[in-house]
Design a binder for this molecule. Structure first.
Ligand SMILES: [Zn+2]
Length: 257
């Protein structure tokens, strides 16, 4: 399984930077988990093939690229873009994003080939398929309704917390999962901003360390979704935990699980 966190910012020479403003993880150049930087830094191959987008929640940094992506591809879409999300998130998208004011309601529009956008609601803790992947969504602990994912292609798999504070059910389900090759866990803020992390339902390295005490899987753990302002600080504090399996996921790098 190929896995890549798409870049969301670029340095003065146009190279991808490690500052992550947006969240979009692409699997096998085919399926996007969250859509923050979709359209912004997708490869030619990904732009041609990604027609399935699985959303964790509706915060802007996780959906920002979605309207732009559909707009960009609009006239050429032969198979509609399928948005997989909970009913709650779909309702928010239709009410607050695709509402004709912020952007067109693509679910009501057609091109020469037919409809361009379809919603595929999923329920939490009920496995569903997206192309060759099986996906299970588990409620996590964020400021708005949000889920983490456990994803498998039958041979290997990964778990992705998405944005969250402390959880228990998510770790329970992970611990029961076989053939897990990687766990991706958020850590948005440094320890000094624990109040802000607590109020906005995110993790700090200190709390992350406690959370990882609940994990019974022996596979690599990657930290994602670090607020760009604090990437150096959080990276240093993660290193100081001296946990053997724990590292920061590199933005733009293609991993094979
Ligand atoms: Zn969020």
């Amino acid at each position: 399984m190929k896995f890549q966190l798409l870049p969301s910012t670029f340095d003065e020479n146009g190279r991808a930077s490690k500052r992550q403003h947006l969240a979009c993880f692409v699997v096998d150049d085919l399926i996007a988990f969250d859509a923050g930087s979709l359209a912004i830094s997708t490869s030619v191959e990904q732009r041609k093939n990604v027609r399935d987008v699985v959303l964790s929640h509706a915060h802007l940094d996780h959906i920002a690229g979605l309207p732009l992506y559909i707009d960009d591809l609009f006239a050429t879409i032969k198979r509609p873009i399928q948005i997989h999300a909970t009913a709650e998130v779909i309702e928010i998208l239709e009410r607050d994003i695709f509402n004709w004011s912020i952007y067109p309601r693509f679910s009501e529009l057609q091109n020469d080939y037919g409809v361009v956008l379809e919603y595929c609601p999923f329920e939490v803790e009920k496995e569903f398929s997206v192309k060759h992947l099986m996906v299970k969504a588990i409620n996590v602990n964020h400021k708005v309704p949000s889920v983490g994912f456990i994803v498998s292609d039958g041979k290997s798999g990964f778990a992705l917390t998405n944005d969250t504070a402390e959880v228990s059910r998510f770790w329970e389900v992970i611990n029961e999962t076989e053939n897990l090759s990687a766990v991706l866990v958020e850590c948005a803020f440094p320890n000094e901003l624990s109040d802000l992390a607590c109020n906005s339902h995110h993790l700090t390295p200190q709390v992350l360390q406690k959370e990882l005490g609940k994990l019974k899987q022996n596979c690599p753990i990657f930290v994602v979704n670090i607020k760009p302002m604090y990437v150096e600080q959080v990276s240093r504090q993660i290193q100081e935990l001296e946990l053997e399996n724990l590292r920061i996921l590199e933005v733009g790098k293609v991993y094979e699980f």
